[in-house]
Write a protein that binds this ligand. Structure first.
Ligand code: IMP
Ligand code: MG
Length: 175
């Protein structure tokens, strides 16, 4: 079934994204030269961004995936659940987590803690979009693509009920 893109307002173009990907990859190449890099793509939203990033890397790396989801805890505090993680050993490795959105920060804080417990040598974040909202958990984002107002965004891997992931640009959902 076809989905309509009507009602989506383009906020970041394909060209702007590609330019940013090149900038970020250039910095990653410089920073991870001679390191033991694991690029950890957070499923599913970061897959498009991550696949663009890795094709610009000229340092050695291993690609891995992790999947988490948030759910409502009993006392209304949202919790993060681990849905998938490979059993690859990250001990003494330099992990670069590639994520789509830094929203409340809960997901990223969970991932940082998860990898630190697994004794990663370093854990850093490469995030496509940082949303301008009050964070519940604050983490340091080493590589940040764009900072956007608090709107629900889709495209370039980001979905709304699994739709719009294939758009080549980032857009905001209308009301
Ligand atoms: P948080 O930072 O733990 O609040 O969660 C961020 C996660 O929520 C991201 O990894 C996205 O999967 C999802 N998310 C948050 N805002 C949006 C959005 O505007 N569009 C699509 N997914 C979103
Ligand atoms: Mg996500």
């Amino acid at each position: 079934m076809k989905h309509k893109n009507a009602g989506i307002k383009k906020i970041i173009s394909k060209n702007e994204i590609q330019k940013k990907v090149c900038e970020l990859a250039k910095r990653i190449n410089k920073d991870y030269y001679k390191k033991d890099l694991i690029v950890l793509s957070v499923l599913s939203g970061s897959v498009v961004f991550c696949s663009d990033i890795i094709r610009k890397l000229d340092v050695n790396f291993k690609l891995d995936f992790i999947k988490v989801s948030s759910y409502e805890g009993k006392k209304s505090a949202d919790k993060i659940r681990l849905d998938f993680s490979s059993d690859y050993d990250v001990e003494n490795k330099d992990v670069l987590i590639v994520e789509d959105i830094y929203d409340t920060g809960k997901t990223l804080a969970y991932l940082k803690n998860f990898l630190t417990e697994k004794k990663a040598r370093s854990v850093a974040f490469c995030v496509l979009v940082d949303k301008k909202i009050k964070k519940k958990s604050i983490v340091k984002i080493k590589y940040c693509g764009f900072s956007v107002e608090n709107k629900f965004i889709v495209g370039y891997g980001l979905d709304f009920n699994e739709k719009f992931r294939g758009l080549p640009y980032i857009g905001a959902l209308g009301d």
